[in-house]
Write a protein that binds this ligand. Structure first.
Ligand code: IMP
Ligand code: MG
Length: 190
């Protein structure tokens, strides 16, 4: 397996920066939902997992967690199509509950818009979004996002939950891929 150092163009967000921003977001959510009796964090698999597990440890009020997995129809490797199918649904009813959707990154916004529509139909008491990263320049559909970790430029990133062809989610930082070098590392030598 090629080591990421060969195609890491830069560390965009360090482990320390992630830690301190996630702490701030956790504190903000704890304040905003201090009176909530039914808070549930809904994590979109798989990219949001590292963010969720760090974020929940910074939230000081009682809350539940749930997971949802969605697949984009006909999407290319690095972009989504706009139509999503639920491949794993929530295990609990979110009716009349305060829901925060926890995402790794918003790109075109199509994935998020579809998931919000699905969840909204279940009539939660409230529904907000908390995303670690926001590639705002790429937005094609308007979605309202209450909590944003970092707004980033239009570069393909990996690490801290985000994958590069399903790998490298474990890296403790968010890095930018050097596409040219990455392409070359995938060609096996004779
Ligand atoms: P959207 O539907 O275009 O907003 O796509 C969002 C999804 O695309 C995210 O949940 C990620 O799974 C994936 N994605 C978009 N940009 C990146 C990136 O830079 N690195 C890794 N995954 C990405
Ligand atoms: Mg994702």
């Amino acid at each position: 397996m090629p080591s990421y150092q060969g195609f890491l163009s830069e560390v965009l967000i360090t482990e320390e920066q992630l830690k301190s921003r996630v702490k701030e977001l956790g504190e903000q959510i704890s304040r905003d939902y201090a009176n909530s009796k039914s808070l549930v964090l809904v994590c979109i698999l798989r990219g949001g997992v590292l963010f969720l597990t760090d974020l929940m440890r910074q939230i000081s009020i009682p809350h539940a967690i749930e997971f949802m997995a969605v697949t984009s129809y006909g999407a290319g490797l690095r972009e989504s199509s706009g139509q999503v199918r639920i491949s794993h649904d929530l295990n609990t009813d979110i009716h009349e509950r305060d829901v925060i959707l926890v995402e790794d990154i918003i790109d075109s916004g199509y994935t998020l818009a579809s998931v919000l529509e699905l969840l909204c139909a279940r009539k939660p008491k409230s529904l907000e979004v908390c995303t670690l990263l926001d590639k705002f320049e790429r937005r094609e559909i308007d979605v309202s996002v209450k909590y944003v970790g970092f707004s980033i430029e239009n570069k393909f990133v990996f690490g801290y939950g985000l994958d590069l062809d399903d790998l490298y989610r474990n890296l403790p930082f968010v890095g930018v891929v050097d596409e040219e070098k990455y392409k070359n590392t995938k060609i096996e030598p004779d």
